[in-house]
Structures are given as C-alpha cells and as structure tokens.
Design a protein around this ligand. Structure first.
Ligand SMILES: [Zn+2]
Length: 170
C-alpha cells in the first residue's frame, strides 16, 4: 500500500503504549492495513515464540507478534515497517484479522471514524490467559486477553476463583 494511501497511523494509545488510529473514515468490511511479516514454519515459530517469551519475562515487554497463517506456516510480524503490529487488543473491537493463507488483513467489522483507535481481539488461547492481562477500560472488559469463544469460560473460572478466595478469608 502506498504511503499516501494509508488509512491509519501509529500514535500514542490510552489503552497501551502505541496504537494505530484511523486517519480517514473506514467502512465496515474495508481492509484497513495489511499485517505483514516473514512467513515461517511452525517449528521456527515455536522457537521464536519461546525466545520472545523468555525475553518478555526479563524486560516486561510482552510482545510476540506471531500470527497463524494456516496449519503449516505462521507469520512473524516483528519486521520493520509493519505498523499493524502496534494495533492493540481490546475487549470491544472494531476490526478483525483475516488470513488468506499468504497474508493477514486487518478488516473493519463496523464503520470506523477518522481518529478512532483500531482494535481487534488477539484471540489468545484460554490456557495462557494469566500471562495476558487486559486493561482496555471498556465496560465489557474481562480483564484478560482471550478469544471471544473463551470469554464465558474465563468468566466462570474467575467467578469460581473469587468465591474460593472469599471462603478462605473467613
Ligand atoms: Zn479488556
């Protein structure tokens, strides 16, 4: 996409660090930006993922930037110029990441106004939710980054946990 055709820009986010913001009105269903990166095997992907998690433990910067393309390949978005990697997760979203097997496209799921922050659900698996707290600030925030499908499961888990805590403190 040519520089002058960009529909968004990187800027400071109220949710977390840097974010990506619409620079023009974007219609529902329109592609906002391509999430580009290096196509890598699952094996290489696992290796890089573990390395970055180790690094994250030391630096506190929890950024892995690896996307699933299909059953065979992943996409490592930690490359220069990939502005889409700055898009934040939130529990209320206005876009989604769509893979066509070669590329990942960030597509608007509703009409977005110029100036709005672009947000999608990172869709992390339930198993690792504790490592990914969410501070998006929306009323529907579940407190952690998990896929939409796993949200009811997380709510049940957290409410059970809260009850146990209350019992113990008596
Ligand atoms: Zn949230």
């Amino acid at each position: 996409m040519a520089e002058d055709k960009k529909k968004c820009r990187v800027g400071k986010s109220a949710i977390h660090g840097l974010g990506v913001f619409a620079t023009e009105d974007i219609k529902s269903g329109e592609e906002i930006i391509e999430y580009f990166g290096e196509k890598i095997s699952k094996e290489e992907s696992d290796k890089r993922g573990i390395e970055r998690q180790e690094r994250a433990k030391k630096t506190g910067e929890a950024a892995v930037y690896i996307f699933e393309l299909d059953d065979e390949f992943d996409l490592d978005g930690d490359v220069p110029g990939n502005d889409a990697k700055y898009i934040n997760h939130a529990c209320r979203t206005n876009s989604e990441a769509v893979s066509d097997g070669e590329h990942i496209h960030i597509v608007a799921t509703r009409d977005i106004h110029a100036g709005e922050e672009i947000l999608y659900n990172y869709g992390y698996a339930f198993e690792h939710f504790m490592e990914h707290p969410c501070n998006c600030g929306f009323p529907e925030c579940v407190g952690y980054i998990v896929s939409v499908e796993d949200r009811p499961k997380l709510r049940r888990f957290l409410s059970r946990h809260a009850k146990n805590k209350r019992k113990k403190s008596k």
